[in-house]
Ligand binder design. Sequence first.
Ligand code: DX5
Ligand code: ZN
Length: 223
Amino acid sequence: MEKETVIRPSLLACDFLHLQEELEECMEHGFTHIHFDVMDGNFVEEISFGEPLFRKVQEKFGDDTTFDVHLMVVNPIDQIRLFAALGAREISLHFEAMCVGDVIELTKIEQEYPSLKIGLAISPETKVEEMREFATAFDFVLVMSVHPGKGGQKFMPEALEKIKQLAALREEKGAQFDIGVDGGINEENGSLCVKAGANFLVAGTSYFKAKDRYESVKRIKGL
Ligand code: DX5
Ligand code: ZN
């Protein structure tokens, strides 16, 4: 199963004072997905942005791109409902934030929003063997290659082994889930993630802070 690897810019690293222009440039570059990091100051220390901002960007750019909402929050179920109701097409929650009963709620949400893709994000401390039973039930797994909570951190090479393990699991089970990688992605490690089996790479700093953003996408993919 060969899929093209795509880069998803992470809005967290953009120039917030020029959010609209930043998104317009992303559209010009033809990104099919934009990563939207929601941090609650509880699951992670920082607070980023949430529903009010999403409402605006979805309204203006939601027809042209898919916002991939990464929920770094405790009690993610209510937030998934909120973002799904606003038109989000891809949402990930953290395995480490899941509580008893969430699986049932997720099944209900899937029935309510059949085209919604739900992903499971895993922090560096979570091993694949702990979540492998869950992985196949999700549309994608988001492997965190930094500790969640901040942009601009250094890629943790241990993530590569996890990507390989997940790719092997996908193969073994004949499953379809995508594998995304998030954190510290750049031109040195992007192609390694692709080789390990990743289908999409989230790029915050290495895209938005690049001198030539267009060229940076190709370099990240290792083209
Ligand atoms: C980290 C966020 C990432 C971050 C990526 O907690 O989930 O999506 O924005 O940014 P860079 O690419 O700068 O690590
Ligand atoms: Zn993220």
